[in-house]
Design a protein around this ligand. Structure first.
Ligand code: S3P
Length: 431
């Protein structure tokens, strides 16, 4: 089992390049595979999760060549996927599994989809249910809530669907299915979630409309051509360095080419409210029409805040690292409306409370968040991440400001989203 030993550091410094965005990398592979002609993707994230997506499309006959962070995808059009010979394996990747279900539901062949032991525990019904309303036949354990799932071929028709959870994965699965469905599909969101699928549709000239929290698309869509996509740096990966730079005294770091899509920048808003000094510059829009910019982060004295459910979807993957920041902020931080954290790669509400408590933090888990009192001195210890990549990296950041070394156990899954994390942390550390 892999582990990460982290020592406290004096300060962090340097100019850091953040690897490509995971969500956008998945979508680039999916859309490039369904387009006809060549798509070229640069600054792709070669993490285990995104490689699972590549593997799945390759096993359905798409030609994909990868050289480091560059992909060449040779798609043969919307209706060119071949029946896979084996069960498709999404590994640890919830995004692959859920969005792919939308693609598979639209195929003229039967397929089977599975994942690793963590993914097999995560709910799929949220996607299966609306896809069934579109006419899909998907079967599997616990009323098709759990992998492995069997997806049989059926004709899909467009529906109007109001999301019951604020989930970009569910929205994206339905939008993918709508490419193959007859008639209009309309997805209505309770709160805006990341809109990378919509922006990727724009980049590939797939027509849709977006009005008052609803995305509508009339299918089946006409063939669309391969494109050039440059993936911005992943703000969810940058988040660990942002918080590390704020907490470690005397630090100043520059994070280059970070994706600043407003549906993803909730953490920056909350940290600003806490008193963080984070400056954004070189703000621009790149291929795939995703905004990017550079960030300068300077050590800051933070104060506790109240975080409500409104901002939750805009920072859903950043709550573990926010919890670490809150242990070092003056006063009480209250997080509400984040119950979705319970069904991520682990129950993150529980995992962060248990692990940070072990390090000396005052953190109370609630039904949909935490109450955290700060600042509290943290102490290094041996601690398990429970196999959750974001818990592991959050604990590594907490370790930078702890007394004595920390050993984070079960860190293999850091590779699912941020393969170079340990090296980048070492590069930035001055001890
Ligand atoms: C993602 C959406 C979010 C997020 C996940 C990636 C995506 O999940 O937690 O890491 O790429 O659409 P939900 O849509 O389930 O909130």
């Amino acid at each position: 089992m892999k582990k990460l030993v982290v020592h406290p550091v004096q300060r962090l410094q340097g100019i850091l390049a953040i690897p490509g965005d995971k969500s956008i990398s998945h979508r680039a592979v999916m859309m490039g595979s369904l387009a006809y002609g060549v798509s070229r993707v640069t600054h792709f994230l070669p993490s285990a999760d995104c490689l699972s997506t590549i593997g799945i499309f390759k096993s359905m006959g798409v030609k994909i060549r990868r050289s480091g962070e560059r992909l060449t995808i040779i798609g043969r059009g919307l209706n060119s996927l071949k029946p896979p010979e084996k069960t498709l394996d999404a590994g640890n990747s919830g995004t692959t599994a859920r969005i792919l279900l939308g693609v598979l539901a639209g195929q003229p062949f039967t397929s089977r989809l599975t994942g690793d032991k963590y993914l097999k525990r995560r709910p799929m019904r949220r996607v299966v249910e609306p896809l069934a309303q579109m006419g899909a036949r998907i079967t599997g354990p616990e009323n098709a809530n759990l992998l492995p799932l069997k997806i049989e071929t059926r004709k899909l028709r467009g529906i109007t669907y109001q999301l019951t959870v604020a989930s970009a994965q569910v929205k994206s699965a339905l939008l993918m299915a709508s490419l193959f469905a007859e008639g209009e599909t309309k997805v209505i969101e309770p709160t805006p979630t990341r809109d990378h699928t919509e922006r990727m549709f724009n980049a590939f000239s797939v027509p849709f409309t977006q009005r008052g929290g609803a995305v509508s698309l009339r299918g089946p869509v006409l063939p669309f051509k391969g494109q050039k996509i440059r993936v911005p740096g992943d703000i969810s990966s940058a988040a660990f360095f942002i918080v590390a730079g704020l907490l470690v005294p005397n630090s100043r770091i520059v994070l280059k080419n970070v994706g600043l899509n407003p549906t993803r920048t909730g953490l920056l808003d909350v940290l600003h409210d806490m008193g963080a000094q984070i400056e954004v510059f070189h703000h621009k829009t790149r291929g795939g029409e995703e905004p990017v910019g550079d960030l300068i982060v300077v050590s800051s004295r933070l104060k506790g805040v109240e975080v409500s459910g409104e901002v939750a979807p805009r920072m859903i993957d950043e709550f573990p690292i926010l919890a670490v920041a809150a242990t070092q902020a003056e006063g009480t931080t209250v997080v509400r409306g984040a119950a979705e954290l319970k069904v991520k790669e682990s129950d993150r509400i529980l995992m962060m409370a248990v692990t940070l408590r072990k390090m000396g933090a005052v953190i109370e888990p609630t039904a949909d968040g935490w109450i955290i009192e700060g600042p509290t001195p943290l102490k290094g210890c041996r601690i398990s991440s429970g196999g959750d990549h974001r818990v592991a990296m959050s604990l590594a950041v907490a370790a930078l400001v702890s007394q004595g070394p920390t050993t984070v156990l079960d860190t293999e899954n850091i590779n699912t989203s941020f393969p170079g994390f340990e090296n980048l942390l070492q590069k930035a550390s001055v001890s």
